[in-house]
Structures are given as structure tokens and as C-alpha cells.
Design a protein around this ligand. Structure first.
Ligand code: UD1
Length: 336
């Protein structure tokens, strides 16, 4: 069974990907420093999959932990999720973001080269497109200057990967540009666990519905969109997890150096109000919300062109926005 190191494997997207890797007959080796995740996730992964999960607590900036793992396990590849992702915090503490997000990739690439590990799937983000002029965005849409240090780390990491694949024989890399991941595993055993007040829309919706937050504020309803609220492409985390399995399998079949990038979204844009309405309808819950001012730095509208990932990786999403809203709410309720 091929072993794959998942850095940040106890986190939101990493944990769901671990489930899908096991389903595909691959063995995840989870590395996580638990700085933004809970050790209980590992037990939950065992419950969902019925398999023992190999877990190392550590920072992937720390070579000694990586070296310990390589001594015990022959790794076929790495899926690199571990990164900080709070946009606001990154503007206050940019070096924290550059050191962690860029530093860990460099450490990992050194480690992979020395241990002759050929395949890497990297977590990038649609944030690299900024506010695009033409929609939907394809992978060829020009990237724009980053709005935040967080966004810049994703852009820099993509550039590092392009350079390293050119220079290093035997390295095969796919960057996946995620749109907005939402939803949870249908079992409600794993899901998104924001620490403190959520920044993202869907955790804020579910926490408001659960009474943890008094009300949701919609950041602006005077944008040039169908109902005035911003448009995003909300992708179910299980579909996103499946995209990682397909990306890894595709890389593993290649015989030579390789770099490519794929959008991972549904191909549909939904407004913030549509998301709220879908949540209310599918769950039969009324949400307390108000319209507030625009949030600085918000992109007005973005959604993915997914033709490339559909054609090359044979990946298509299977879940709807309603599925996402139901699974997110069931997950929130399970936390009580
Ligand atoms: C944000 C980041 C993006 C990052 C992603 C990680 C910004 C500008 N972008 O994406 O770089 O990759 O998170 O998941 O921060 N909204 C409300 N009320 C709320 C929360 C959100 O109206 O309480 C609206 C926002 O204005 C936005 C939409 O919901 O229009 C989605 O927001 P969010 O979930 O934070 O994601 P993004 O901003 O798209």
C-alpha cells in the first residue's frame, strides 16, 4: 500500500483527504502540529475508516520530525496542507506567515529531494487570481498582486514549485487552487473547527444558527451581482478531498518531471444570500442576519472554470450547495 505524508492532516481539508485516500487504497501518514486542530480528529478518522491512523505530532518546518518519519516509512508522495490561513492575521504578522508557509515548503522540498520522494500535491488558493476581469477564471487567467501576505505566500509557493521542478530531476508537482471549501464528512465525525470567532462565511452561519453568535452580518449588498452580495464558488470538502486523490494518482503515473495547476471548484457562482437561503431551506432553520458594510479586501465575484480538472484528472464534483449546507449544519450540531 502506497504511503502518503499528509502535512496538516488533522486540519479541515487534510482530515477529509485522509478519509478519501484510505478509500482509494492508499495509506496516509498524518503530520500535524495541532496548532489549529484537535487530536481527537485522529480517533475520528479511525472511526470513519476502521483503520489505524499513523500520526506524528510535529511542525513540518522541523526537519528532525520529517527525518524520523522517513526512517520508518517509505513515502510515495506528500500532500502539503500545513499552513496558516487567516487573512487578517497575516496582514498584522506577515513574517509569521512567510516563515511558516514558505519556510515549510522549502524544508519539505529539501526533505523530498534527499529522500527521493517524487510526488507533491500543494494546497494553493483562488486568492491568487485577485478580482479577475473575466469570469469564470481558467488556470491561464493572469494572477494578480496579492491582497494580503497570506495570499502572497500561496503565489510565492507556486513560483517556488515551478522553479524547483525545472531544476530537479524526478519531481512531479500539482498545485490545486481551491475555491471556497464548505461542508463536512456526512458522518458528522469530522468537519471545520474554527478556533475563536470564524472569519469564513459558513462557520459563521452555522454558529449563528446554533446560538453561539447572535447574528450574521452580510458584508455589503450593493455590489454589482444578481442580489448585491458577493459571489463565490462553494465546493464541498469531500469533493475537494477526492480531487487530491485524483491529483496524486495522476502524478504517480507520470514518468518524468511534471508541474501543473488545477482549479478546484464547482464551476458555479453563488451569492452570499443564496448560501443563506440554501442553508435555511435545507435545514428548516431561520437565520438571524443583517446587512452591514463591505469588508475591506473582499473580491466582488469569482468562480472557477473547471474544464481542465474535469478533462485531465477526470474529476467532477458530486455534491450540491444544499448537500454542503446540510453537512455543515449536522457537523455544527454534533459539536454540542
Ligand atoms: C477568504 C480569503 C481567501 C482564503 C479563504 C480561506 C479574503 C479576502 N479571502 O476567502 O484568501 O483563501 O478565505 O477559506 O479574506 N461573508 C459575510 N459575512 C461573514 C463572513 C463572510 O458576508 O461573516 C462574506 C464575505 O464578504 C465574502 C463571502 O462571505 O463575500 C465569503 O467569505 P469567506 O468565507 O471569508 O471567504 P473568502 O473571502 O472568499
Amino acid at each position: 500500500m502506497k504511503k502518503i505524508l499528509i502535512t496538516g492532516g488533522a486540519g479541515y481539508i487534510g482530515s477529509h483527504t485522509a478519509v478519501e485516500l484510505i478509500k482509494a487504497g492508499l495509506e496516509p501518514i498524518v503530520l500535524d502540529d495541532l496548532s489549529n486542530s484537535n487530536p481527537q480528529v485522529i480517533d475520528r478518522l479511525k472511526e470513519i475508516t476502521g483503520k489505524e491512523i499513523t500520526f506524528y505530532q510535529g511542525d513540518c518546518n522541523d526537519r528532525s520530525t520529517l527525518d524520523t518519519i522517513a526512517k520508518t516509512h517509505q513515502l510515495a508522495g506528500v500532500i502539503h496542507f500545513a499552513a496558516f490561513k487567516a487573512v487578517g492575521e497575516s496582514t498584522e504578522q506577515p513574517l509569521k506567515y512567510y516563515r511558516n508557509n514558505v519556510g515549510s515548503l522549502i524544508t519539505l522540498l529539501d526533505f523530498m529531494s534527499e529522500n527521493k520522494i517524487p510526488d507533491l500535491v500543494f494546497s494553493s488558493s483562488c486568492t491568487v487570481y485577485g478580482q479577475p476581469e473575466v469570469l469564470p477564471v481558467t488556470e491561464a487567467t493572469p494572477r494578480q498582486e496579492a491582497e494580503s501576505p497570506y495570499g502572497n505566500t500561496k503565489k510565492i509557493c507556486e513560483d517556488i514549485l515551478i522553479d524547483i521542478v525545472k531544476s530537479q530531476a524526478g519531481l512531479r508537482v500539482i498545485s490545486l487552487r481551491y475555491f471556497n471549501p464548505v461542508g463536512a464528512h456526512p458522518s458528522s465525525k469530522i468537519g471545520e473547527l474554527p478556533i475563536g470567532k470564524p472569519n469564513n462565511l459558513v462557520p459563521f452561519i452555522t454558529q449563528t444558527a446554533a446560538g453561539i453568535r447572535e447574528k450574521l452580518t452580510i458584508f455589503g449588498n450593493d455590489y454589482d451581482t444578481p442580489d448585491g452580495t458577493c459571489v463565490r464558488d462553494f465546493i464541498h470538502v469531500m469533493d475537494l478531498a477526492d480531487a487530491h486523490v485524483k491529483a496524486f494518482t495522476y502524478l504517480n503515473d507520470k514518468s518524468k518531471d511534471f508541474y501543473d495547476v488545477f482549479n478546484v471548484g464547482t464551476g458555479n457562482g453563488n451569492t452570499v444570500l443564496e448560501v443563506i437561503q440554501a442553508f435555511e431551506k435545507v435545514n428548516g432553520v431561520k437565520l438571524n442576519y443583517e446587512i452591514g458594510p463591505r469588508r475591506p479586501g473582499d473580491v466582488v465575484k469569482i468562480w472557477a472554470d473547471t474544464k481542465k480538472i474535469n478533462a485531465v484528472l477526470g474529476w467532477t464534483p458530486s455534491k450540491t450547495l444544499e448537500d454542503s449546507m446540510r453537512d455543515s449544519w449536522n457537523w455544527e450540531k454534533s459539536l454540542k
